[in-house]
Write a protein that binds this ligand. Structure first.
Ligand code: PRP
Length: 181
């Protein structure tokens, strides 16, 4: 089985992804300077982006991970109910926190995580999302750094899954509708 055969098209090829990530890394390095930010990856989708983004940063920074779960049929329809499965190891009080996400869809996951972090008295909480689907937004959330605005299509690859597959593809592809309908 070739995962590529289930794609209608490639939306963002690997070289464009990497070029944009390099630009984001340069911007982040400039903005955060010597503040030693904590980059937080929201598992699992954000893992490819975090690992590539981290390697473009020229500044000292730390990494941490959290896992959340949302009830209901996520990806096709977001339920909006979020639960922490694995919390940070790091105390973020007075720390500059950058949440690194693969995609912002309804915005509900990030809204919840951001509120949770804000209650822990960090120095700042910002969001860096590789992909943004503005058409799908249900809650207002400030996006500080965005890789690409994309249309409302079912995207997979570079961390994004369908039924836990496709995360390893080095590009962002659009799944054929017959695969999920
Ligand atoms: C995806 C993505 C975000 C969330 C965005 O995660 O990684 O965390 O959905 O959706 P929202 O803006 O509608 O809240 P998912 O729940 O699919 O889990 P995964 O990262 O493990 O694939």
């Amino acid at each position: 089985m070739r995962l590529q055969d289930n794609l209608a098209k490639i939306l963002i090829p690997s070289d464009r992804l990497q070029a944009r990530i390099y630009e984001l890394g340069a911007q982040l390095s400039q903005d955060y300077g010597d503040t030693r930010p904590l980059l937080v990856c929201v598992l699992k989708g954000g893992v490819m982006f975090l690992s590539d983004l981290s390697r473009t940063l020229s500044i000292p920074h730390e990494l941490d991970f959290m896992a959340i779960s949302s009830y209901g049929g996520k990806r096709v329809e977001s339920s909006g109910v979020v639960r922490i499965l694995m919390d940070l190891n790091t105390n973020i009080e007075q720390r500059h926190v950058l949440i690194v996400e693969d995609i912002i869809d309804t915005g509900r996951t990030l809204y919840y995580i951001r509120e949770t972090f804000q209650a822990r008295n960090p120095a700042s909480v910002k969001i860096c999302a590789l992909l943004n689907k503005p058409e799908r937004r249900e809650v207002e959330i400030p996006l500080d750094y965005v890789g690409f605005d994309i249309p409302n299509e079912f995207v997979v690859g570079y961390g994004l899954d369908f039924d836990e597959l496709y995360r390893n593809l080095p590009y962002i592809g659009v799944l054929k509708p017959e695969m999920y309908s």
